[in-house]
Ligand binder design. Structure first.
Ligand SMILES: Nc1ncnc2c1ncn2[C@@H]1O[C@H](COP(=O)(O)OP(=O)(O)OP(=O)(O)O)[C@@H](O)[C@H]1O
Ligand SMILES: [Mg+2]
Length: 280
């Protein structure tokens, strides 16, 4: 079915760099008093360097909040987040901006494309901000992103002239253009048809396998999660399970176990029990 001609990624500047992403007792509380929402609740998790991890869990369970904390886009209430040896939670604004620019790519749930720029300008923005003039290598990488994501004929259009799926693909190209160590993707295939979705997921998986990138992706789709090396389940702001080498079936079983535990013991089911129950 997939007619894409295989092109190897490897280029001289894409040497393997691996960074582990870690959270230690990481918490985020929104609001205070009776209205406080514990969106991320004392999370301890390590995302292996050079691996593709999917995060799954019910709507409102804290997936986006956790990713924002790990990417330095939101400030934690307590606890620590690390990228490699760098403690993100202790950085000032300036260092954070630099870290996000040089080492992190982010695909937002809501795209966040700049409306006044064309698709191509949006894609190239991270390189522009880094002040680096794209060399032959960077341009070849851009061409590969554009062709894999089938954006060739939409490059001169503004986001308002693109479909949801096209905007999402522009956002993915933008996240990958500077070849960041870590890519956080919040439902990157949520707006894509199954064929484009599969192409994007294969592409993400290849960038892990062949370029040694670390990818952390939120998804609601067990078939998408099965592209990952591992699935981390989140419920109620806590880690609730861990599935190695996921298949659509094992992911569905994990989600079912999570659901029945929540039904059995209410929304505050013990995270430890859940983890044991859904472990493959
Ligand atoms: N800025 C905010 N102010 C107050 N509460 C917030 C804010 N952002 C998120 N929340 C709350 O934190 C909790 C976690 O939200 P989050 O967006 O992380 O969930 P999610 O797992 O990504 O859900 P979805 O699958 O629907 O995207 C929710 O209860 C949400 O209402
Ligand atoms: Mg979300």
């Amino acid at each position: 079915m997939d007619t894409t001609v295989y092109q190897p990624f490897a280029t001289p500047t894409s040497a393997r760099r691996t960074e582990t992403v870690r959270a230690r007792a990481l918490s985020k509380v929104y609001g205070n008093g009776a209205a406080a929402v514990r969106a991320v609740d004392a999370v301890d998790v390590t995302f292996t360097a050079g691996a593709f991890t999917a995060i799954m869990g019910p709507s409102g369970s804290g997936k986006s909040t956790l990713m924002h904390l790990l990417a330095g886009l939101d400030t934690a209430t307590s606890g620590q987040a690390f990228l490699g040896d760098t403690e993100i939670t202790s950085l000032g604004d300036r260092e954070l901006t630099q870290l996000r620019r040089d080492r992190i790519g982010f695909v937002f749930q809501s795209f966040n494309l700049l409306p006044m720029f064309t698709a191509e300008q949006n894609i190239m923005l991270p390189l522009e901000l880094a002040g680096s003039r794209p060399d032959t290598d960077a341009l070849a990488w851009k061409d590969l992103l554009v062709s894999t994501l089938a954006l060739g004929d939409r490059l001169q259009h503004r986001p308002s002239e693109l479909s949801g799926g096209q905007q999402q693909r522009v956002a993915i190209a933008r996240a990958l253009i500077a070849r960041p160590d870590v890519v956080f993707a919040d439902e990157p295939t949520g707006n894509l048809d199954s064929r484009s979705g599969a192409e994007v997921l294969s592409f993400l998986r290849r960038s892990v396998r062949e370029l040694g990138r670390t990818i952390i992706m939120v998804t609601h789709d067990p078939a998408a999660a099965a592209y990952a090396d591992r699935v981390v389940l989140i419920a109620d702001g806590r880690i609730a399970g861990d599935i190695a080498d996921p298949t659509p079936e094992s992911v569905l079983a994990g989600l079912d176990a999570l659901r029945s535990l929540e039904l059995a013991s209410g929304p505050h089911a013990s995270a430890t029990t859940s983890a044991t129950a859904v472990r493959d």
